[in-house]
Write a protein that binds this ligand. Structure first.
Ligand code: DOR
Ligand code: ZN
Length: 411
């Protein structure tokens, strides 16, 4: 083997939506796990906004049973909480000695709370959020929160709603201040109840400052950033249109540069994809007849009706390897001067830290091999997600996985 080959432990993506059960037209555990494996991701933590949502013992048991048949990657599950009764189920899973509940606990990586609505409408009211932080503080369960402030979002939505054909307004409707206010609220609860708290898909400079301060204070607060906030900005609405709609939304170049700075100074603990497949049709895009223009955005579309989310589990590693090689994959933007990574950083952000934060117990001895010099171009037609598109179409990246691992996660 050539000496330029590198070996990484099978990566961990601590934030994915695999859509099963209930939303299998967007993705299934089997299709999205194949995408994960093709992207060097051997373990994922899957979110509760399925149908039914993962808020009961029965729903968790059903997901664990389905995941047992998936051999491409090891799927762990977040338990959702939207009502206080869900906390009774969570407590039982965590403390009862019942064999079946103990088995489910091993597959449950923590609690996921939505502080405003997103896909699946799982917003929890603030009294439920407080109870969840309290219980999780008592039992040592990590809490992950989607942090956006519903009141600020509602005011901004009202302000901009007349101009609903300009997708770039979406970033104004869900502002940096909204994220920051919500993160500050959640950090307050983490302080009060000594809860292990992890900020999902942190996307703003304001939010990052709050996490940095909480860490300095000695609180158990961690955060992740998503590749789409590291590589895309509001400028990308021009080419992506409604495909660039996600929650939290695309941010400014300044925010993007600060997120990279947060990686460099260690404030950012994880890179996690928020892999969220939706079909092209749902995203308001029709597959055109010509090769030159394969996708056409529907005209006069009300972007507020378009679901939020982009796929990403298969493209994270090659995008990061491009940065590690000192390059920048975006075809028309410049590399922020703060965007720097080493191979060790990638392992820390996408294996060591999520493994520790969520007590996943993944072994770093299960490695795979990458040729970091091999260049290639991202085409959705070569990727595995059922959704059939990527926000990084035609981007030039580096790093091909050689051989991968057998389609059996136990070997
Ligand atoms: O963009 C997003 N998509 N953000 C979320 O919070 C949910 C996710 C999804 O499930 O589609
Ligand atoms: Zn998500």
């Amino acid at each position: 083997m050539s000496s330029s080959l590198i070996h990484f432990p099978r990566l961990i993506d601590c934030h994915v939506h695999f859509r099963e059960p209930g939303l299998e037209h967007k993705g299934t555990m089997a299709t999205e796990a194949a995408a994960a494996r093709a992207g060097g991701v051997g373990t994922v933590c899957e979110m509760p906004n399925t149908i039914p949502p993962t808020v009961t013992v029965a729903a968790l048991a059903d997901k664990v049973r389905r995941a047992h048949a998936i051999k491409d990657c090891d799927i762990r599950f977040f338990f959702g909480v939207t009502e206080k009764t869900h906390l009774i189920a969570l407590r039982n899973i965590w403390i009862k000695s019942d064999f079946e509940l103990q088995r489910l606990k091993k597959k449950c990586c923590g609690v996921k709370l939505y502080l405003d609505h997103s896909t699946g409408n799982q917003k929890a009211e603030s009294d439920v959020v407080e109870e969840a932080f309290k219980l999780c503080g008592e039992l040592g369960i990590p809490v992950v929160a989607h942090c956006e402030d519903s009141m600020i979002n509602e005011v901004e939505r009202g302000r901009w709603k007349e101009e609903s054909d300009d997708i770039s307004l979406y970033s104004k409707m869900r502002s940096p201040e909204s994220e920051a206010k919500s993160i500050a609220f959640a950090i307050g609860l983490a302080r009060k109840y000594k809860t292990k708290f992890h900020v999902a898909h942190l996307s703003t400079a304001l939010g990052l400052d709050l996490v940095r301060d909480a860490k300095k204070e000695g609180l158990s607060v961690t955060c992740e950033v998503a590749p789409h906030h590291l590589f895309l900005t509001t400028d990308d609405y021009k080419t992506l249109g409604t495909l660039g709609k996600m929650n939290p939304p695309l941010r400014s170049k300044e925010d993007q540069a600060v997120l990279w700075q947060g990686i460099a100074d260690g404030t950012v603990d994880c890179i996690a994809t928020d892999h969220a497949p939706h079909t092209l049709e749902e995203k308001g895009v029709v597959v055109g007849a010509t090769h030159a223009s394969p996708l056409q955005h529907q005209s006069n579309i009300d972007f507020q009706k378009i679901p939020s989310g982009v796929p990403g589990v298969e493209t994270m590693l090659p995008l990061l390897l491009m940065v590690a090689a000192g390059n920048w994959p975006h075809p028309s933007s410049k590399r922020p001067s703060t965007a720097k990574l080493s191979y060790e950083d990638i392992v820390k952000l996408c294996f060591t830290n999520p493994n520790r934060i969520f007590s996943l117990g993944c072994s770093d001895a299960r490695v795979f091999t990458i040729d970091p010099k091999k260049e290639w171009t991202i085409h959705a037609s070569d990727l595995h997600s059922k959704c059939g598109w990527t926000p990084y179409e035609d981007w030039h990246v580096r790093g091909k996985i050689i051989g991968g691992w057998p389609a059996d996660r136990s070997t």
